[in-house]
Design a protein around this ligand. Structure first.
Ligand code: GLN
Length: 388
C-alpha cells in the first residue's frame, strides 16, 4: 500500500507558485503569480495599526467577524445584486482559494462530476480530486473564449454535480457576456446543477463593461455559491481574506468544512479589512484606470513581438501564443526566467493533457500585468533585447 493518498497522483504542486519561486531564484521580474508590486491603500495599513492597538490577536468566530460580514452583505447587494443574509449565508475564508476548496469539498461525493471551463485557474482541479470528484473539462470557444452551448450541454450527464465559472477569467481576461451567463444558468436550472462562481477579479474590468454575478439571475440564487475576496481589489494578496456566499443549506455544509480546515481567517487582517468600506468610489475607478493602462501597454508590447494575444476585458493576465519562437511553453517560460529575467506561467498549467498526451496550452504563456507600469516597461525591455 502506498504511503500517500491516491488523490495526489492526479496533480502536482501549483506551477503558478513554482514560477514565483523561480523568479526569486533568478532575480527575475515576476509576471507569473498575479500580485501587485505596489502598496495597498493607506487606510488598510492604518487598519492594521489600529488592530494592533486593539490587540486583535485571537481567533474570530469561525464564520468571520460579524461586522465584516454585515459590510460584505451590503456590498453584495449594491455591486452584485445579491441578497445575502450575513448571519446565515456568508462566511469569511482564507482567501478565495479556501472558499473554493471548502465549497467543492462540501458538495462533492465520490464520482460526482464537476464541470470546469478550460482553460482554468489551477486550484479548481486538485481540489476536485481531493474531494474525490471527477473534473470534466469544457472547452471555451477557440476564437474568443466564450461559452459554446453545445459543448457545455454535451458535457452534462446524471453525475454532473456542479460547474465552476470564473469571470473575469484567469488566465485569458475574458469577461463572459450576458448571453454566456444565460446559457450556463438555463442549463444548470434544467439539469439541477450547482454553480460555483469565482468572482475574485470583479472590480478589474475594462472598456466600460459591467461585472455580472450569475447568482443574481432569475432562479439562480438557490443554486449558486458566490466567491470573492479582497486580495485583488485592494492589492493585499498575502492577507488571505476571501468570502463565500450561498443559501443556508449550502452554507451549513461549507461552514462545516471551513471550520475544520482553517478555523478562521486572520483576525487582525479581518479587522483591517473593514477599512475598505471607507474608500470612496474614486478608488475603484483609479484601480480600473491603472490596470487598463497596464493592459494597453503590455498588449501592444506583446503584439509588437509578434505574439497573438486575446485582449483582456478584465482581470490582470494576458494569454499569449508563443508558437513562433520554436519552443514549447515550458521551454519558453524557462528561457524567459533564466536568460531574460522575466517570470511567466507556462500555458499548459491551465489545461489538461489530451488523450495523446498533448497539451493545448503548450503554445501559450501567461503574463500578469498586476505590477507597476514601470515594472512592465522594464520587463518588456528585457524581453525585447533578446527576442527581436
Ligand atoms: N490567482 C493568482 C494567479 O493566478 C494566484 C492566486 C494564488 O496563488 N492563490 O496568479
Amino acid at each position: 500500500m502506498g504511503i500517500m493518498s491516491r488523490s495526489l497522483e492526479h496533480f502536482q504542486e501549483s506551477v503558478i507558485r513554482k514560477m514565483t519561486r523561480k523568479a526569486i531564484e533568478n532575480d527575475a521580474i515576476n509576471l507569473s503569480q498575479g500580485m501587485p508590486d505596489f502598496s495597498p491603500p493607506l487606510e488598510l495599513i492604518e487598519g492594521i495599526k489600529e488592530g494592533l492597538d486593539e490587540e486583535k490577536h485571537q481567533y474570530s468566530v469561525t464564520y468571520g467577524r460579524t461586522d465584516l460580514r454585515e459590510k460584505i452583505s451590503e456590498k453584495l447587494q449594491d455591486y452584485n445584486k445579491l441578497v445575502v443574509d450575513p448571519y446565515n449565508e456568508l462566511t469569511i475564508t482564507c482567501g478565495a482559494s479556501e472558499a473554493i476548496a471548502s465549497s467543492i469539498l462540501a458538495i462533492t461525493n465520490p464520482g460526482d462530476e464537476i464541470l470546469i471551463l478550460e482553460p482554468w485557474y489551477e486550484n479548481y482541479v486538485p481540489i476536485t480530486y481531493l474531494a474525490q470528484g471527477k473534473p470534466v473539462f469544457v472547452s471555451l470557444s477557440k476564437e474568443n473564449y466564450s461559452i459554446d452551448e453545445e459543448v457545455l450541454k454535451n458535457s452534462i450527464n446524471k453525475k454532473t454535480k456542479a460547474t465552476i465559472i470564473n469571470s473575469p477569467h484567469n488566465p485569458t481576461g475574458k469577461v463572459f457576456s450576458p448571453e454566456d451567463f444565460k446559457i450556463i444558468s438555463d442549463l444548470c436550472i434544467d439539469h439541477d446543477i450547482i454553480v460555483i462562481t469565482d468572482e475574485i477579479y470583479e472590480h478589474i474590468i475594462f472598456d466600460g463593461l459591467k461585472h455580472l454575478s450569475i447568482g443574481s439571475f432569475d432562479s439562480m440564487k438557490e443554486r449558486t455559491i458566490t466567491i470573492s475576496g479582497f486580495s485583488k481589489t485592494f492589492s493585499v494578496t498575502g492577507w488571505r481574506i476571501g468570502y463565500v456566499a450561498a443559501n443556508q443549506e449550502l452554507m451549513n455544509g461549507i461552514r462545516k468544512v471551513h471550520d475544520y480546515l482553517t478555523v478562521c481567517a486572520p483576525s487582525l487582517l479581518q479587522y483591517a479589512t473593514l477599512k475598505v468600506f471607507d474608500l470612496s468610489p474614486v478608488y475603484y475607478n483609479e484601480l480600473i484606470n491603472r490596470y487598463q493602462k497596464n493592459r494597453d501597454f503590455l498588449h501592444s508590447q506583446l503584439l509588437s513581438l509578434g505574439m497573438d494575444v486575446f485582449n483582456p476585458q478584465g482581470a490582470y493576465y494576458m494569454f499569449a501564443d508563443i508558437s513562433q519562437f520554436g519552443m514549447n511553453d515550458i521551454e519558453f517560460a524557462n528561457y524567459l526566467v533564466k536568460d531574460e529575467g522575466v517570470a511567466t506561467v507556462p500555458g499548459s498549467s491551465f489545461y489538461m493533457n489530451n488523450r495523446l498526451g498533448n497539451n493545448p496550452g503548450s503554445n501559450y504563456v501567461r503574463f500578469s500585468f498586476s505590477q507597476k507600469l514601470e515594472t512592465l516597461q522594464n520587463a518588456a525591455d528585457r524581453i525585447k533585447k533578446r527576442l527581436i
